[in-house]
Design a protein around this ligand. Structure first.
Ligand SMILES: [Zn+2]
Length: 307
């Protein structure tokens, strides 16, 4: 009993200490979308360079697993980019399906067309994933047609019948919003604008981490395991080392996607699984007000940079 009490006291002290430093530990799975090619290829880089940089950063931070969600149509539209899928597997990270052409469920001509695109995405993933669980879907645009219940129901039934798991997202820093501008700025050699973009983006990462922690406490009363969405583009690779440092400093413990998603928060009855970020969706479903939580900064200005 005494030992137990001592251990409990030690826990309280540890919690107080971590709370004081703002670094309460939390689990987080890293996921990377749009393999092998997200956005325009910046000058002076290859797709393999971007993947190698990404993988090196993740390994430096001892990330045990980073699901790479693939759009295999890119392996033909960008010849030579298929090596990215091989590099991912060589790093012993798994691949999942993000549909063949990155087709959004709402924008697809029909449910059948969307399912055909999803199935067309399977062979390039499956052949590299022998012996692994590869039937994991990340909905393109995080769109699972909340607006069209019939189409959504059709998709979810098909996915369940075919043994698919759905990869959720709880946190993202809108890295995709910077992808095009980064390529333009590099082409122009505009390092000053790139520096300004870094300042803006890293502020957004800091705010995003605060938002993530606040939302989790408000919606679940604790830090649930998180799932981060990033993209395999030049900007994301360039900024990932700093993003990972910030996550480390915030108390991140890197886990696998299935570890994160085995938490009860991911098992709640949810008619909109996979549609948009999960904690915001849960807040809405539970009627929890989150308007006061720090919001992601607008990125509209980035669209105009280096034009
Ligand atoms: Zn995507």
């Amino acid at each position: 009993m005494k030992l137990k009490a001592l251990a409990a006291t030690a826990c309280v002290w540890a919690a107080l200490a971590s709370g004081a430093s703002g670094a309460e530990g939390f689990d987080i799975a890293i996921t990377v979308d749009d393999l092998p090619a997200h956005g325009p290829l910046p000058k002076g880089m290859t797709r393999a360079d971007i993947a190698a940089s990404y993988l090196a950063t993740l390994k430096t931070h001892k990330v045990p697993e980073a699901y790479g969600f693939a759009n295999p149509a890119k392996t033909t539209s960008e010849p030579g980019s298929a090596i990215v899928l091989d590099l991912w597997r060589k790093a012993d990270y798994p691949l999942g399906n993000h549909t063949f052409t990155h087709m959004g469920l709402a924008k697809a001509p029909s449910l059948e067309a969307w399912l055909a695109d999803l199935e067309a995405g399977e062979p390039e993933v499956a052949k590299r994933m022998t012996g692994w669980t590869w039937k994991v879907l990340r909905f393109p645009f995080l769109n699972a047609t909340a607006e069209d219940p019939a189409r959504r129901a059709g998709a979810m039934t098909w996915l369940a019948d075919h043994g698919y798991a759905i990869a959720e997202v709880t946190v993202s820093f809108d890295d995709f919003a910077y992808t095009d501008a980064y390529a333009r700025c590099l082409a122009k050699g505009d390092t000053a604008t790139i520096k300004a973009m870094e300042v803006q983006y890293f502020k957004q990462v800091d705010d995003g981490i605060v938002r993530m922690k606040t939302l989790s406490q408000k919606v679940y009363g604790r830090m649930i395991p998180q799932v981060l969405l990033t993209h395999l583009g030049g900007w994301s690779a360039h900024t990932l080392p700093t993003v990972m440092q910030k996550l480390d400093a915030a108390g991140a413990r890197y886990v696998t996607l299935s570890q994160a998603q085995s938490d009860v928060a991911y098992l709640e009855a949810d008619p909109l699984r996979g549609n948009g970020p999960m904690m915001e969706r849960a807040a809405k479903r539970k009627g929890i007000a989150i308007d006061e939580v720090i919001k992601p900064a607008p990125t509209a200005n980035v669209k105009e940079l280096c034009k």
